[in-house]
Design a protein around this ligand. Structure first.
Ligand code: CTP
Ligand code: CA
Length: 230
């Protein structure tokens, strides 16, 4: 298929996007991590650049992905490094998108040496400490007119469906937009396609049909452009 030309409606707009999954070290060789591939964040960066935006991609431990043309790429590892990098970008960005899977917890102690097993000592227990919520901080520090976007990967449970959880999360986080992906059973993580909803703080709920991550990216940038016109 002939790719249709993208609008240049993000010309002059500075966006910072986080992607991938953070790693929280236990010792020099081990970490707590997650299965984020980074593909959605990279697609967001690529499409934003194609639409004329000035893009910074703050990325942690993705699968091997080509650098999005025209984007500045900042590599980080831990949640704390991602936090510092996103706050630095927030000072000058018009739009902030937290597409990364940020570890909620890190090991309280990082061993200087490789942790050894021993028949004489009890097996270690990993104690965890809470990481800062970057998205919530970005919302709290938000400059006038700055747009802040969050992502949520949800499964339903006995307390409600995917959408119920997502509506609560949007309120709690205070973001302008929340992209909700239904996950589980091979959905979303590491796959080429995504589906879900785009929830707006104004109550709008746009279903996102199953499609390429670039299509989800286009839907999100459309919504951001609409918000910035207000
Ligand atoms: N997020 C963040 N900093 C964290 C954790 C999450 O910025 N320490 C961001 C993610 O990048 C995402 C959004 O918050 O944009 C939602 O992440 P999610 O893990 O779904 O939400 P949590 O508030 O961590 O809630 P849960 O207990 O469901 O994991
Ligand atoms: Ca979380």
């Amino acid at each position: 298929a002939v790719p249709k030309a993208l609008p240049r409606d993000l010309e002059g707009v500075r966006v910072a996007i986080s992607a991938g999954g953070t790693r929280e070290p236990l010792d020099p060789v081990r970490y707590l991590g997650n299965r984020s591939s980074g593909k959605q964040g990279y697609a967001l960066a690529r499409v934003a650049a194609q639409r004329g935006a000035e893009v910074t991609l703050v990325t942690a431990h993705t699968v091997a992905l080509p650098e999005p043309a025209g984007a500045k790429v900042v590599h980080v590892s831990t949640a704390e490094e991602m936090r510092q990098a996103m706050h630095a970008e927030a000072a000058s960005a018009d739009v902030l998108v937290m597409a990364a899977a940020v570890a909620d917890f890190r090991p309280s102690n990082r061993a200087d040496h490789k942790i050894k097993k021993s028949d004489d000592a009890p097996d270690p227990v990993v104690e965890l400490a809470r990481n800062a919520d970057i998205l919530a901080e970005l919302v709290r520090n938000r400059a006038q007119g700055q747009v802040v976007v969050g992502f949520a990967a949800e499964t339903g449970d006995d307390k409600g469906g995917v959408l119920d959880h997502a509506r609560v999360k949007l309120k709690r986080k205070g973001a302008d937009l929340l992209v909700v992906n239904a996950v589980g059973e091979g959905k979303a993580f590491g796959t080429e396609d995504n589906s879900g909803w785009l929830l707006g703080a104004d109550g709008t709920e746009i279903p996102i049909p199953l499609g390429a991550k670039a299509e989800l990216a286009s839907t999100l940038w459309d919504a951001v452009v609409t918000l910035m016109k207000r």
